[in-house]
Design a protein around this ligand. Structure first.
Ligand code: GAR
Length: 209
């Protein structure tokens, strides 16, 4: 089974989704490390209680390059072959991204290419979109812009706030990420038709007037 390190900064519910998906006997990946820039991240305690190795290193007072290098060393020491970013709220430098080129995935709470960056749900609501959603993509040097592997649209309801929408999108994320990661490590590369199809889907979604 493919060995995966998960990087988190916060609650770690996506990490938990990956972890429990990995317990299925036919799951093609296993978690070998959960690492964080935040030693208080609740997901670290959960991972430790579930018998997964953990690593925490606060980034405060460290250069980005030094912090990235320490994270990279810990990930390599774990034997991980893939890195899954799951609410890792720190931008990774180009050296780190290069080292894990094609082997690092991220989940983002929007229908990329819409709304890279922060406050995705506020922006979807403000634009009058009919759907928010989530995307899993390969990490490249440009933020939230690497090749899409899969995504799930989530209908926006009347009266939605960023919080209520985020909560529903998070449910979709927990389904999407294990599926996308399993598909990716299972066949190494997403087929081009899938990337084309999800891009079309994202661009074709109607906006409300
Ligand atoms: C998730 O919604 C994830 O998509 C988002 O942070 C949340 C983490 O929740 N990631 C980003 O915004 C990345 N820029 P979790 O810690 O419960 O998985």
């Amino acid at each position: 089974r493919a060995r995966v390190a998960v990087l988190i900064s916060g609650t770690g519910t996506n990490m938990a989704a990956l972890l429990y998906a990995s317990r299925a006997p036919d799951c093609p990946f296993q978690l070998v490390l959960v690492a964080s820039n935040n030693p208080a991240a609740p997901g670290l305690a959960l991972a430790a209680a579930e018998g997964i190795a953990t690593f925490a290193l606060p980034h405060k007072g460290m250069s980005r390059a030094d912090h990235d290098a320490a994270m990279d060393a810990a990930i390599r020491a774990s034997g991980a072959e893939y890195v899954a970013l799951a609410g890792y709220m720190r931008v990774l430098g180009t050296d780190f991204v290069q080292r894990w080129d094609g082997r690092m995935l991220n989940i983002h709470p929007s229908l990329l290419p819409k709304y890279p960056g922060l406050d995705t749900h506020v922006r979807a609501l403000g634009a009058g979109d009919t759907h928010g959603g989530c995307s899993v993509h390969i990490v490249t040097a440009e933020l939230d812009s690497g090749p899409l592997l899969d995504q799930t649209p989530v209908a926006i309801l009347p009266g939605d706030t960023a919080e209520t929408l985020a909560a529903r999108v998070l449910i979709a994320e927990h389904q999407l990420y294990p599926r996308a990661l399993a598909a990716y490590v299972g066949r190494e590369r997403a087929p081009d038709y899938l990337i084309g199809r999800v891009r079309e889907l994202a661009l074709a979604l109607p906006e409300a007037d």
